[in-house]
Design a protein around this ligand. Sequence first.
Ligand code: UDX
Length: 442
Amino acid sequence: MRVAVLGAGYVGATSAAVLAALGHHVTCVERDRSRLAIWRSGNDPLAEPGLTDLLHCVDLQFVGDGAEIATADLVIVAVGTPTGAGGMPDLAQLEDAAAQIGALARTGAVVLIRSTVPVGTCDRLQSGPLRRMRVVSNPEFLREGHALQDALAPDRIVAGGPSDARSIVEHLYRRVIEGRSLPAAIDPRGPVPFLWMSARSAELAKYAANGFLATKLSFVNEIANLAESVGADAGAVLESMGSDPRIGPQHLRPGLGWGGSCFPKDTRALQAIADGAGYDFIVLRAAIDQNTRQLGQFAAAIRRSVIPGGTVGLLGLAFKAGTPDTRESPAIALAHVLVRGGLSVRAFDPAVRALADDRGIEVRATVDEACAGADAVVIATEWPEFAALDLRALRNVTRGDLLFDGRSVISPQAAHAAGLRYIGPSGIEEEPTADVRLRGAA
Ligand code: UDX
């Protein structure tokens, strides 16, 4: 099929590369000139693992204008929908894309909306600028750092819109649905469920998944906080919970809070959608509030323990491990609170070498440079490098003996053995116990 993809961010570039690998004729349109130049030079401005290798194997054109829309059987919209007024997504880029498609695309072409949009957006486009086309909601569930795996072997494909578009969308994803011909680096999952529904259901399905995962994490953080307060071991409790297949072991690691380009934006939007519908979504509201409190309590514990004017060695700036992305990063939000509180923050992140807007955060090139002479070390991103730190060597370069592990990647016993006091995401100092702790579950 001839496919035009609008937007070469995470979702657009990954979708375009994967569809080209599946044998479709794909063109990806990017309006940002500097980002376009990077893609055209064969590099990946997003540093998504495996993506440049795949791009070198497929025939995919990155272009700056939308001329290809006119000949496409299918147009994919993957433009940004950042948070706008009142928590609702700002749809300016989507409206531009829709106007362009409405003017150029052939009658009957299928328009797949991959961008995350409020419920009812596809119906509105269908009866407005895209009335000659068939508008289908097709949300993505890509994790940064695993985008290729999630695109080529997803848990499910969700799509919804006019029923005569269904077979076209199924044809587009046929090889993914059948789980065949995947590149060797991809872990096959067998046949993939293709879930066809109304456009509104597909739009809500995306928010529901991210809202639930964020709520799961807020609940996990509450349990971990409570465990500290009642003398239980959070790791042991969560390991037990994760053994129940109805709960599952993933997204169970306590931390200083969830962040990134999706969870904060999508939970705010879901809340705004519920408010707009006159529905009081109390569980979601609590999950969002808990996330704010989680970071606040961790920051407060650091500020209580470190002398005024003291220095913090901050390990991690990315919003999670495996990506250089710092959008809505809890690590950076924490650093700003500490800097505003009068502490010096020297940070190291394996993937983030500079910050466009550092607001007082000093970025250093190694763990040792960040932590030399520090009164406290704070782990704020779950990089495996930090889980594998030589804690005795770390203790030798720091001035103080405080280790704040905001990502639950170090065992308190190991910290104590190295002469460090251990404080987890709850902000309460932990004594070492013999219990098994849940480490590294992502
Ligand atoms: C998320 C969803 O997982 C993906 O399906 C979706 O469509 C886009 O949003 P992503 O934002 O890439 O993906 O990150 P994810 O791995 O879900 O982590 C989000 C945040 O939760 C990070 O800040 C991470 O550190 C935190 N997290 C994750 C935890 O605190 N504990 C965990 O166990 C897992």
